[in-house]
Write a new protein. Sequence first.
Length: 162
Amino acid sequence: MNIAVKYYELMTHLSTSIARFGVPCGRLVFALLAGGCLSAPGAGAAPAPAEQAPNRIVLLGARWCAPCMAEYANLPALVRAAAPDRIVLAWIDRPIAAPPGLQGQVDTMPPAAARELAERRLGVGFGLPAAVASGSACQPWRGPLRPADLPAWRAACAGQPR
């Protein structure tokens, strides 16, 4: 396993641990790497409305995650390929806005709700990036979701409740 994969796993583990235990960020090196403090999610928080709505593809990511930011850079093509499904950006570290030209076409989820969704659907110590289909028992997509990946993921999810 190369150093980038190990770094990625470490950062995902640290962000999950800090969010769960509510450790203050202070001047930790992690805060510099992650791009900010992570707030503790609310206990027993209800799923965010964007996750509950049908026909949504929720992209889980973080600003410190290079593959997530590459997926974000490719968002215009992904939005076109995902139609009629709507894309929801669910960044676990801090909110991220839709790129210029996609406002009104892409929804966002608060970081606390994104972390709760990631732990519930992907498990503790989840890896990023990932994507989940809202309102579906479909298996999450692990890794960056590219427009070319959508037909295969949709085929794998066919017949599962939506």
